[in-house]
Design a protein around this ligand. Structure first.
Ligand code: PMV
Length: 368
């Protein structure tokens, strides 16, 4: 089944090709990563999610991407050169090349382009912090700026960011939630008008001020590359016995989280965030083959966070990605107490004490 946005963008693509193409230039964006509270785990064909997800966009964990372009010929596909922090890097270069072919039906002018892509991350390359959301977010934003420059389209900012989210999703599902700041909802839910499986919608205005600058300290327990790609993980949900109840649970969590975010209810927020994180790993542990991505240090940190919350009443909670690193979420008003706790009791479980103190951010920035 093709989606509504997909049809619109394919139709518009016919008009984009009809325009005169000239010129060369450089476009650059800095795009943050995001942390999911309701997890996207499992997809349908066309990189569409089996359940809606909701995330906070981060501030400091970012990817900077520059896109040099030159119109060279009437071609069949773009000519792409890729550098990571100034050096060629084949695996990611190949991913971008494949991605650009996938999005060419929506941006047909790419066929006649020579593109040089340079990316770099604000966090250490080997920190085990997911960069696909920030990388594909930055790439999609640069492509929308390119369309704007050479075709004169996407002048309205809602149109611009909707298409950026749609294009980012094709590279990495979670990237659809990185092209704007604050809180983002991706996936259709009857409880939020305008929500869609094809692109994320911003819900920041809906959320209570306490959550708008929530803190996220990322504790790096293991910086190694993931032993299983997220694509392989998503695939394991296809014939997972718990897939149906999981979709049901995620839908219910989403409805509850929306009202919790509006009300500023940190206690319920904590309960939902932790249950989502533990469910994600429970699904991985119970898939076939079962994936064990948690480390002993991860579990120790989770226990200590719960203990600290019980003792102090501070509403700190944890969430996890598909890996062993822990995101500690807490209100900005408790930052000093939390930093003391993290340094004093949790840092010893991090690899070389590595951590990144981040927070909910305002979203990507175009670099002049
Ligand atoms: O976007 P992907 O394919 O890398 O999947 C991301 C999956 C999780 O990070 C585990 C959850 C999420 O919603 O971000």
């Amino acid at each position: 089944m093709t989606g509504i946005l997909e049809n619109i963008y394919k139709e518009q693509a016919g008009l984009l090709t009809a325009r005169q193409l000239t010129g060369a230039g450089t476009i650059a964006w800095e795009c943050p990563s995001n942390i999911a509270l309701i997890k996207y785990w499992g997809k349908k064909s066309g990189q569409l999610p089996i359940n809606p997800s909701l995330s906070f966009t981060l501030s400091h964990a970012t990817t900077r991407l520059s896109l040099e372009y030159e119109v060279i010929r009437e071609g069949r596909q773009p000519e792409v050169t890729y550098f990571f922090e100034g050096k060629p890097q084949k695996p990611f270069g190949d991913k971008f090349r494949k991605y650009l072919l996938q999005v060419t039906p929506f941006l047909p002018f790419l066929k006649s382009m020579k593109l040089t892509i340079n990316t770099g991350n604000s966090f250490p390359h080997s920190a085990g912090i997911a960069s696909s959301a920030s990388s594909f977010g930055a790439m999609a934003l640069a492509l929308c700026s390119l369309e704007q420059e050479i075709c004169g389209t996407l002048q309205d900012s809602d149109d611009f960011f909707r298409k950026a989210s749609f294009l980012a999703r094709i590279g990495s599902g979670s990237a659809s939630r990185s092209v704007r700041g604050g809180a983002q909802l991706w996936g259709y839910t009857p409880s939020f008008p305008g929500s869609s499986d094809e692109a994320a919608v911003e819900i920041t205005r809906e959320i209570h001020p306490v959550f708008r600058d929530y803190r996220d300290s990322i504790l790096v327990v293991n910086s190694g590359a993931k032993s299983v790609s997220s694509s392989a993980g998503h695939r394991l949900m296809e014939d997972h016995g718990f897939s149906r109840p999981r979709v049901e649970q995620a839908r219910n969590h989403l409805v509850r989280l929306l009202s919790v975010l509006r009300a500023g209810d940190q206690e319920e927020f904590t309960a939902i965030a932790e249950q989502e994180a533990l469910t994600l790993h429970a699904l991985m542990l119970s898939s076939n083959p079962g994936l064990i991505l948690l480390k002993p240090e991860t579990l120790r940190i989770l226990e200590l966070i719960r203990q600290f919350r019980g003792e102090t009443g501070i509403m700190a909670c944890f969430t996890l990605d598909a890996g062993p690193n822990v995101h500690v979420l807490y209100p900005s008003a408790c930052q000093d107490r939390m930093r003391g706790f993290i340094t004093g009791q949790l840092a010893r479980y991090c690899e070389h004490g590595l951590m990144l103190h981040d927070q909910v951010g305002k979203g990507p920035v175009k670099i002049p």
